[in-house]
Write a protein of this length. Sequence first.
Length: 263
Amino acid sequence: MMADIEIAAKWVAEARSVVVLTGAGMSAESSVPTFRDAQTGLWERFEPEHLATEDAFRADPSLVWTWYVWRSMLIDTAIPNAGHTAIGAWQKHLAVNNGSLTVATQNVDDLHERGGADDVLHLHGSLHNYRCLECSRPAAFDPRAAGIRAEREFDEDNILEPVACPHCATGILRPGVVWFGEMLPQDAFSSAIHALQQADLVLVVGTSGLVQPAASLPVIGQEAGAKLVEMNPVHTDLSNTADIYLKSTAAAMMPQLLDELLA
Ligand code: OAD
């Protein structure tokens, strides 16, 4: 009998149209904390409603601003792991072999791009984009150019001032991430659905599947006929629905899954 990893590797070798859906677990081995993992998850230490909503930002702009700037600095010091680079190499392999691979991520980091993936769909926005809270116009902000240092720990005693919008007189900059209660970027979301409807293989890596609507995407692909493979060291609600559940981490298992294809 073939082991699950061997069957999944066979599907990988046969697939021409692939969607990889990722969550915070994808970047965990790059030392970027996840949200809901016991002890290490960000939402274990901080309340999402205090930091990840527009109301929270309006109530305490300095605190919420500092939290996002801190996370963007953390990401700048992180490096893509073997899982990110394997996905980037797989996308390139398919592109030169009459296939395609779409990465749709809930992550607000840029580790997929730095791991070699192109055209990544950021379902929850990006920590490196900013726009005005009032006039919504995009604006550049570089924490390093502003003299802010990367701290390993979030320091609530070392709070930053919000930054004024360069376009309008009244606004301050907000991070270009999706907060609770907000719509997902419609282009990214509809591109993900379109790719899922064409896919013959959907691979879900490192998401708890607890946040909608992103959590509904894997099954859209499966219902449209794709094989569904999940990779996660911890069993999730999707694990029984998936055609194959690979109980492992992204950096350990992605290279193994692609070993023969990319050899
Ligand atoms: P979660 O923190 O909810 O889930 C992380 C998942 O990654 C868990 O299922 C872990 O078991 C798994 N995991 C941990 N380490 C891993 C590893 N090395 N390799 C593979 N998997 C690993 O993160 P998300 O599902 O991404 O939204 O959370 C979804 C959304 O909730 C986030 O985008 C964020 C958050 O609130 C917003 O901020 C809008």
